[in-house]
Write a protein of this length. Structure first.
Length: 81
């Protein structure tokens, strides 16, 4: 079974949490072996989890929230087009 990147993105959390069935995990793993984009998303998601689990507090750059929301709105509009 061949899956696309969108399918993998929908299952990244389950993959990292070990919640996928053996079949789903094997399919996602096969895709990750050949897709640099999805592998980068997996690594980024894993890094975010590590950072948020860290008890240290750090200050976000000035205006980070506004820039993040603007970028998310832009991506949502692009995907809906």
């Amino acid at each position: 079974m061949v899956i696309d990147c969108k399918h993998v993105w929908d299952h990244i959390s389950g993959y990292l949490d070990g919640e996928l069935s053996a079949e789903e995990r094997a399919i996602v793993q096969k895709h990750l072996e050949h897709c640099e984009i999805c592998s980068a998303i997996l690594d980024s998601t894993r890094n975010i989890l590590i950072l948020t689990a860290d008890e240290r507090v750090f200050e976000l750059p000035l205006d980070y929230s506004a820039r993040l929301h603007a970028r998310l709105d832009e991506e949502i509009r692009r995907l809906r087009a």
